[in-house]
Design a protein. Structure first.
Length: 482
């Protein structure tokens, strides 16, 4: 991965002091961005939104919060120790895996981080390097929770079709599994939290407080990554293009190798983005829609019914921004290695070497499809004009504001982490415990993690996944700790 500086890697996502979230500001932003006749620079618009006093946000955000929390249990502090987050009932990391954000590597990193036995670590290494699905094994080993999947969406019970209630029971569910599992994750957004809580209640497991985690990607880089994967998650776009499903057309047959890396203004990518993806307005803003997947259908119905597009989008993004604020950890794909340092610190686990945890694509994916991963060697893949980038930011106006907010949260968390670590070193003390089991409270491993990540960022290089040697070393290191 090349972890490029923000300004270079994401020119429209440079740091700002604050991103406004009030609905009328969001509506103004989206009207400017989406109105073809009145399009101005998105940076200037977001700059205007950033200048708004957040105290004015309370009334409109309260409406968004009421809608955003539908079907959700009362929130529990994500990281503060509680009676239900004791050693007997540990808090549960829950990761909302948005496709094409580097989430597969992040899931592998999380499982490596949380694994407590050599057998668990060895299974993670098999998952990252063998051409097979190990989700069932990962659930059996309690690395993943019932219904969770490292590569796919939520897995329901085999006889799920016979259940008429929502949500349906999850695969491999039991009270014991829910009490002991280490990570809940799948290709779902907020709905995953509702499904998990319902299944825990169904089997009578102990209630566990959640540690919600999310990672986001620059919208232009996200579209490049989607293209590299033949738009597999853009179902409406694929239907419009008559591409069918992955069952209809084998992966790797719809876009030629030449077109796959061509992001020029006149290429196939640009044509499909303009004439299908952005014009249809169904599969764009994918990250926002995934984050609010439990309520998005309401907004889609209103738009299909003829309501003002900008107004509906403004209300939707307001909920999404609230949910970013509620995450205990926020990662950025174009700053992946720094992000996992912050993640390790948030969970008080010893940072892992990403060379031994990243998805080993070198063995599992053909050369044409290796681009646009967090460790692919470049934040942007191929040449693209500034005008084309601007079109895509405008096409994904909600995602653009969402990722700016995520970037601000990431910066705040990183600054807070750095201050706490430096204070611990200066005072020759351990960092503050968060009540987890097997905590690493020494400040130096986290500082070294950040130093290494920044050195690679400055040099413009990153670790490609290593194979058997790195995996064996990772397993041996866990065994030595037992």
């Amino acid at each position: 991965m090349s972890v490029a500086p923000d300004a270079a890697a994401a020119p429209l996502l440079h740091d700002v002091s604050k991103v406004g979230q009030r609905r009328d500001v969001a509506q103004l932003l989206l009207r400017v961005v989406l109105g073809v006749a009145a399009v101005a620079s998105l940076v200037a618009v977001v700059g205007f939104a950033s200048a708004m006093d957040s105290r004015d946000n309370a009334r409109s955000r309260a409406v968004g919060r009421r809608l955003g929390r539908l079907g959700q249990a009362p929130s529990v502090p994500a990281v503060a120790p509680t009676e239900t987050s004791s050693a007997a009932v540990p808090r549960l990391p829950i990761y909302f895996h948005i496709e094409k954000t580097g989430g597969t590597s992040l899931v592998l990193y999380l499982m490596s981080l949380l694994a407590s036995t050599p057998d668990q670590s060895a299974l993670v290494q098999r998952t990252r390097s063998e051409d097979a699905l190990f989700d069932s094994d990962l659930r059996e080993a309690n690395l993943l929770c019932p219904g969770s999947a490292a590569f796919l969406t939520t897995v329901f019970a085999d006889n799920a079709a016979s259940f008429t209630t929502f949500p349906k029971p999850l695969k491999d569910s039991s009270a014991e599994s829910w009490n002991d599992c280490l990570l809940a994750t799948s290709h779902q957004g907020q709905a995953l939290q509702t499904i998990v809580r319902a299944d825990m209640a169904r089997v009578g497991s102990n209630e566990r407080a959640f540690i919600p985690l999310g990672m986001f990607r620059d919208p232009v880089q996200f579209e490049q990554a989607a293209w590299r994967s033949e738009l597999f998650m853009y179902h409406d776009d694929r239907a419009s293009l008559d591409w069918g499903t992955l069952s209809d057309n084998k992966f790797g047959t719809l876009i030629s190798g030449e077109d796959l890396g061509d992001f020029s203004d006149g290429g196939k990518f640009a044509t499909i983005m303009r004439e299908t993806h952005c014009k249809n307005n169904r599969d764009n803003n994918y990250q926002t829609k995934k984050l609010i997947d439990d309520v998005w259908w309401r907004f889609q119905e209103r738009m299909d019914g003829g309501e003002d597009l900008d107004l509906v989008h403004a209300e939707a993004v307001d909920i999404a921004l609230d949910r970013v604020q509620d995450l205990a950890w926020v990662g950025l794909t174009h700053r992946y290695e720094e992000s996992v340092c912050v993640l390790s610190f948030a969970l008080r686990r010893n940072p892992q070497n990403t060379a031994g945890t990243n998805y080993d694509r070198g063995n599992l994916i053909g050369p044409a499809f290796k681009g646009n991963h967090p460790h692919s060697g470049d934040a942007f893949e191929g040449d693209m004009s500034d005008a084309m980038k601007q079109e895509l930011y405008e096409c994904n106006a909600m995602d653009t504001l969402l990722v700016k907010t995520a970037q601000r949260r990431f910066g705040e968390n990183l600054d807070e982490m750095t201050r706490e670590l430096n204070a611990a070193v200066t005072g020759n003390v351990l960092v503050t415990s968060k009540g987890f089991e097997a905590e690493d409270l020494e400040p130096l491993p986290y500082l070294k993690c950040l130093d290494d990540a920044r050195a690679r960022q400055e040099a413009g290089v990153g670790f490609e996944p290593e194979g058997v040697a790195a995996g064996a070393a990772a397993v041996a290191s866990v065994g030595a700790e037992q």
